[in-house]
Design a protein around this ligand. Structure first.
Ligand SMILES: Cc1cc2nc3c(=O)[nH]c(=O)nc-3n(C[C@H](O)[C@H](O)[C@H](O)COP(=O)(O)OP(=O)(O)OC[C@H]3O[C@@H](n4cnc5c(N)ncnc54)[C@H](O)[C@@H]3O)c2cc1C
Length: 410
């Protein structure tokens, strides 16, 4: 990895095969894969030290499998705590227990760890990109404090940042405004060295609270709480002002189940608009991750979506495009039309709507659906106590129907 200083003497003009703007999770993963494939890659991000921004803090299931397939699980696991057993609660009682590999982490530490895994042919530049010019043959990228970069292909992985979208005439279509509220905070046990369960998910009861995950991260226990309520709801204010009291009221028997606790530090919060980029089929430039489509955090599927983008783009489409002399919009369209990408994008939207209805909709259809869901889980749990092998089979079967993100054969 070559690190060019953001401040100090500007570097001379740099020409590269692929310039990636945005070194969050999407951009850094893409740079790792493309660098390993032997391309000259320049990754540009405005932050040398990644700020503590609230984003994904736990991965599992297909996300772990994809990272393993891409040979990127090593750096992820180095920055994370692995755990397998999760206790699920609903209405003050244990609903069931699930088992599967999860990793808990802090986003900035995860991305930093991935940066250290960048191969030598990836140049990392710290600076704000303030302008881009694109075309079928050449892309020009202007970076504050640096010389201009030219590239054959530009990958935009700028998350929810809008500056460069506007430059390119790309707009964001809002699919669901103020879709959900996510809260993140740290918990510490009181009167004990550790909590009784390393990880717990507490499911809500159609009162706008979707679910809360408690899980280990390096240095402690983290909570992610997902809510579909108006940001002006007094409940939100009370969560910020007296988080513990608000939680023990919303989640009966929480302290009895995990042990007494206190909340340390601040309660981070994030209000999400689910958006999709419009007019992005253009010569010479592709969008990945949240730059293309943001996800409702409550679905916990944002990483599955961005991994599909990264895997399909970097292992299927870019190798085909690099063999050609130009990157016109007709070629670029193949990435946006990729069936795996389309399926994972659509699934993320469907799940966002589903979670909202599960958390808020009180009409008979949704009440019945919820009851069946939790009854089924309680029944499987009862079976598990009698025959664990049969219960594992039932869990796998159910998981296939509940959440089946696109799987790339690549
Ligand atoms: C609160 C919250 C909770 C979430 N929880 C989950 C979860 O539990 N499970 C899950 O799967 N997903 C979750 N997600 C979604 C997941 O975090 C995102 O999908 C993922 O972080 C997007 O990564 P990204 O690289 O596309 O964007 P980002 O992480 O936002 O990275 C964008 C990068 O671009 C850089 N950048 C932007 N503009 C410029 C510029 N002009 N010049 C230089 N650099 C620039 C920024 O500095 C940043 O580093 C959650 C999201 C949120 C907000």
């Amino acid at each position: 990895m070559t690190i060019k200083q953001s401040f100090g003497r500007p570097a001379t003009e740099t020409d590269t095969d692929i310039a990636i703007v945005g070194g969050g999770l999407s951009g850094t993963l893409a740079a790792c894969i493309l660098g390993r494939a032997g391309y000259r890659v320049t990754l540009i991000d405005r932050h040398r030290i990644i700020p503590e921004e609230f984003r994904v803090e736990k991965i599992s299931g297909d996300q772990v499998e994809t990272l393993q397939r891409l040979r990127l699980l090593g750096p992820v696991s180095a920055a994370a705590v692995a755990f397998d057993d999760v206790v699920h609660m609903h209405k003050g009682r244990v609903l069931d227990r699930t088992n599967g590999r999860h990793f808990g982490f802090l986003y900035n530490k995860l991305v930093s760890a991935l940066r250290t895994a960048l191969p030598a042919n990836v140049s990392l530049i710290f600076g704000q990109v303030h302008g881009v010019q694109t075309g079928a043959a050449r892309q020009r990228i202007a970076i504050l404090g640096h010389d201009e970069i030219t590239a054959r292909l530009l990958v935009l992985a700028t998350g929810m940042g809008d500056l460069l979208h506007r430059d390119l005439g790309i707009s964001r279509r809002s699919v669901a405004e103020k879709r959900s509220l996510a809260f993140g905070f740290n918990l510490r046990p009181v009167g004990a060295k550790s909590f009784r369960h390393a990880a717990l998910t507490y499911h809500g009861v159609a009162d706008g609270i979707d679910h809360m995950n408690l899980f280990p991260v390096p240095g402690g226990t983290r909570a992610n709480l997902f809510v579909f309520r108006d940001p002006r709801d007094p409940w939100i204010k009370s969560l910020h002002e007296s988080p513990k009291d608000t939680l023990v009221t919303a989640f009966p028997f929480l302290s009895e189940t995990i042990g007494d606790f206190e909340i340390v530090g601040t309660v981070d919060s994030w209000l999400t608009d689910v958006t999709i980029a419009d007019n992005c089929q253009q010569d010479g430039v592709v969008l990945i991750g949240d730059a293309f489509q943001s996800s409702c955090p409550a679905t916990e599927i944002g990483v599955s979506r961005l991994l599909t983008d990264v895997e399909r783009l970097c292992t299927v489409h870019i190798p085909q495009w690099m063999a050609a002399s130009a990157f016109d919009r007709a070629k670029i369209a193949a990435y946006y039309g990729d069936p795996y990408k389309q399926e994972s994008d659509a699934l993320a939207l469907q799940l966002a709507a589903l979670r909202r209805d599960l958390a808020t909709n009180t009409d008979l259809r949704w009440r019945t659906r919820r009851q069946i869901h939790f009854l089924r889980r309680r029944a499987v749990h009862a079976v598990a106590n009698l025959s664990p092998a049969l219960a594992t089979k039932l869990h796998r079967l159910a998981a296939r129907y509940v959440k089946s993100p696109a799987r790339s054969p690549a």
